[in-house]
Ligand binder design. Structure first.
Ligand SMILES: C[S@@+](CC[C@H](N)C(=O)[O-])C[C@H]1O[C@@H](n2cnc3c(N)ncnc32)[C@H](O)[C@@H]1O
Length: 326
């Protein structure tokens, strides 16, 4: 609670932006420059120093080594959007866990809106969520694109592709590729803004739809980034079967997810987000073996796992050139 709130307040009040430009300033100088209360600021700086986010040298503060990318709004690894989402959208939901323990999630959630109705309750919430996803997904996508080996792919369908963290990275790396983000209609302006920002012209387009009601657009590469972890196994099987139908023979599906170790003893970030998935969505995190099983069940062959250096990894399945594959 303390670390997350301190990060969010410091980010929101421009403390990190100030320290990027004026490393080594004192609390007094920072407070004067930002026109904020010095006593409150100093308490924040002391907490952030104790957590290792800042280095303190007497009364002089600087970002600790390695921290800058995650607090710099200009850096693709900026993570404070995710911190904002945790406080604004996730933390209140944790109170629901007691009810889940007593009555189970299905019973407790009987009268609550579906996950994305709650997360997308107004324009501000949509923007906050999509910023958080961009921060979590865009940087690692450069590595995931390379691991996917997309040099022969022509049409990427990014299912639930949000504002395009994966598609944008794929289009930058693969000049022959075109991409369609298939997502809920509220996402359209956010994708259009990223497409314009990255000068992708008509190589990146948007198809509004609901993956439970509509068929998926056809392509030779269907991507599911942090989608299957939002849903239970039966729903994942339905979505992957739709992907199989939409996938051209010889094409592939890319599942990009956090992975539990096979004994589910870690990693810590996956166990933590597995609890988060329980209160925010209807999903969970899985082991690589579980994802390979889901791919096989949908008809995909040659399942392979490729690990990135980050938290998001890749599981690839292929649709055979001929035959139903089932
Ligand atoms: C956890 S985000 C993942 C975003 C992105 N793929 C990534 O890897 O960061 C889930 C995405 O699924 C989309 N989504 C949720 N329900 C959907 C539905 N019924 N039809 C289409 N997209 C949906 C959301 O709008 C959101 O963009």
């Amino acid at each position: 609670m303390y670390a997350t709130h301190a990060l969010r307040v410091a980010d929101g009040q421009g403390v990190f932006a100030h320290l990027i430009r004026h490393s080594g300033d004192s609390a007094g100088k920072i407070a004067a420059a930002l026109a904020v209360d010095e006593d409150t600021l100093e308490r924040l700086l002391l907490v952030l120093s104790s957590f290792g986010v800042l280095d303190a040298d007497g009364d002089r503060y600087a970002l600790a080594a390695g921290v800058r990318p995650y607090v710099d709004r200009e850096d693709p690894r900026y993570l404070m959007g995710f911190v904002d989402h945790l406080i604004s959208d996730t933390s209140e939901q944790f109170g629901r866990l007691s009810g889940y323990l007593r009555a189970g999630k299905a019973e407790s959630d009987r009268d609550t809106p579906a996950p994305f109705e709650a997360l997308y309750r107004d324009d501000e919430s949509v923007g906050r969520f999509l910023n958080a996803m961009w921060g979590l997904s865009h940087h690692v996508s450069h590595e995931l694109v390379a691991l996917a080996g997309l040099s022969d792919a022509r049409r990427l369908i990014d299912v639930g592709g949000a504002s395009g963290p994966f598609s944008v990275a794929a289009l930058h790396a693969c000049p022959q590729l075109r991409a369609t983000v298939f997502d809920l209609p509220q996402v359209r302006p956010h994708l259009a803004a990223r497409a314009a920002e990255h000068k992708l012209g008509d190589r990146l387009d948007f198809a509004a739809g609901d993956f439970f009601r509509d068929p998926l657009p056809a392509g030779d590469c269907l991507a599911f980034g942090y989608i299957l972890s939002d849903w239970d196994d039966e729903t994942c099987a339905t979505l992957l079967r739709k992907a199989y139908e939409a996938c051209l023979p010889g094409g592939r599906v890319l599942v990009m997810e956090r992975l539990f170790d096979e004994d589910r003893g870690g990693p810590l970030a996956t166990s933590v987000m597995n609890l988060s998935m329980h209160v925010e969505t209807r999903g969970r995190h899985r082991t690589a073996t579980e994802y390979l099983g889901l791919l096989r069940r949908a008809g995909f062959v040659d399942g392979t796992v490729r690990r990135s250096g980050g938290d998001k990894h890749l599981i690839i399945g292929r649709r055979a050139e001929s035959g139903s594959g089932r």
